[in-house]
Design a binder for this molecule. Structure first.
Ligand SMILES: [Zn+2]
Length: 434
């Protein structure tokens, strides 16, 4: 007999037939939780319930005290789900405690006792990579709290906009993409011959703004080394070291994340744009199926196609971050990209210059994967008006390089090299008027 799911039974059968199904049959049909996780962060806290089949849910909030209730239908209260209350950490900014119980024969009730009012986003994700079906509960601060935090950090506002589908994959927001032209870059055209005198572009009298982007985070660990070292931790440590050095050089440096939190790729770019960054550096550690692959690499955007098969493979795996980390909306909105084409060509030329500066410095530390800056269509490099590069510091999948990435010595050296490369680029770059 063909498999009959509970839903088809409910849709097609009469009540009398339903009554004839034994409790064991129901139990067999119930979804089983295979993992539960909570990722607390100041930006937002995420609770993930991972199950072997898709979950149906309903949610509502209660005040005095603040609670979020999620009812999950067709799931059974197994030992995995029972561990959920222990996953709450005291430092969690939003969740005080979690209770789980069998609400009725067919429904599990999860109650989150909250420390503050929240704006919850609940959604499901289909299986991807090593993840099975996921029910995701993201707790953003409620509007009043968010407003206060936005003053210091636009990330909060961007995350909220993103969760409402208002941030595009190139970091533009829906409103700005329609009506605004990108800032005018003052870089002279590269075709200009030296004999023609062009007006010398004036350098704005301001500190250059640099945005560092530690890859992955939260639900998305990135690559995992043979001994268990996680890319998201390595790159956060290197980015923090890099920030220290750039700040000491007199630049204004920001990070897309400074904690273990998943930030969608479009939001990272949007943050750089809202900060009016002059330089964007995404920091990663590479992985490949062959453990002998090694070396440092630097990448710039190629909107058309990858310059090598390795770059294409890498761009595909990095762009999967949104699927792995889990975003509610498709990141690809219909943007009028032709608006940005001219600016983007100049930006890519600058990205290549920036990349060469950083690659030269990194080449003093480690073997280079390629002798030049590679190009591919990385989602995180798509800001049309900010020179952007992606640095693969070393191969986490290579046991020797994993040891290197684990050492504070290499992390500091890599940070020093990235900072020096950025500095030498900025010494000759003409900044956009903002
Ligand atoms: Zn990565």
């Amino acid at each position: 007999m063909a498999k009959i799911t509970r839903r088809t039974l409910l849709g097609a059968c009469s009540g009398s037939l339903l009554l004839s199904i034994s409790p064991t049959a129901w139990a067999r049909a119930a979804a089983q939780m295979v993992a539960v996780r909570i990722w607390p962060a100041t930006a937002y806290t995420r609770m993930t319930l991972e199950s072997d089949s898709a979950l149906q849910y309903k949610q509502f909030t209660l005040a005095n005290p603040n609670r979020l209730v999620v009812d999950i239908q067709g799931a059974s209260l197994n030992s995995v789900l029972q561990t959920l209350p222990q996953k709450v950490l005291p430092l969690d900014p939003y969740i005080a405690s979690v209770r789980v119980g069998q609400f009725n024969a067919d429904t599990i009730r999860v109650v989150l006792d909250l420390k503050t009012g929240v704006n919850p986003q609940v959604f499901t994700l289909r299986p991807v990579a090593d993840f099975k079906h996921r029910l995701v509960v993201d707790l953003y601060p409620s509007t009043s709290v968010a407003l206060a935090q936005e003053q210091n950090d636009p990330l909060m506002a961007l995350l909220q906009d993103y969760s409402r589908g208002k941030v595009n994959s190139d970091g533009t927001t829906q409103a700005s993409a329609q009506v605004q032209t990108p800032p005018v870059r003052t870089t002279p055209p590269t075709t200009t011959t030296p004999t023609i005198s062009t007006p010398t572009p004036t350098r704005p009298n301001r500190r250059p703004i640099i945005v560092l982007d530690p890859g992955h985070g939260g639900e998305d660990p990135g690559a995992i080394g043979p001994s268990g070292l996680r890319e998201k931790d390595v790159v956060l440590a290197i980015a923090r070291e890099t920030k220290k050095r750039l700040d000491a050089m007199g630049f204004q440096t920001h990070m897309t994340r400074n904690e273990d939190v998943f930030i969608p790729l479009g939001v990272r770019v949007a943050k750089a744009r809202s900060l009016k960054a002059d330089v964007f550096v995404s920091i990663h550690a590479d992985a490949f199926t062959n453990p002998s692959a090694r070396g440092t690499g630097v990448y710039a955007l190629s909107p058309k196609g990858a310059t090598s098969a390795a770059a294409r493979f890498l761009a595909q795996t990095q762009n999967d971050a949104d699927l792995i980390g889990g975003v509610r909306y498709s990141a690809d909105k219909n943007v009028n990209n032709t608006l940005f084409d001219l600016t983007q060509t100049a930006t890519i030329n600058d990205s290549l210059k920036l990349g060469r500066g950083v690659l030269t410095e990194l080449g003093k530390l480690n073997k280079l994967h390629k002798g030049h800056v590679d190009q591919a269509n990385f989602a995180v490099l798509r800001a049309p008006d900010i020179p952007s590069i992606l640095v693969e510091t070393a191969f986490l999948s290579n046991p020797t390089e994993e040891k290197m990435l684990a050492s504070s010595r290499f992390r500091q050296q890599a940070a020093g090299a990235i900072a020096s490369g950025v500095q030498s680029y900025l010494a000759t770059a003409v900044l956009a008027r903002r």
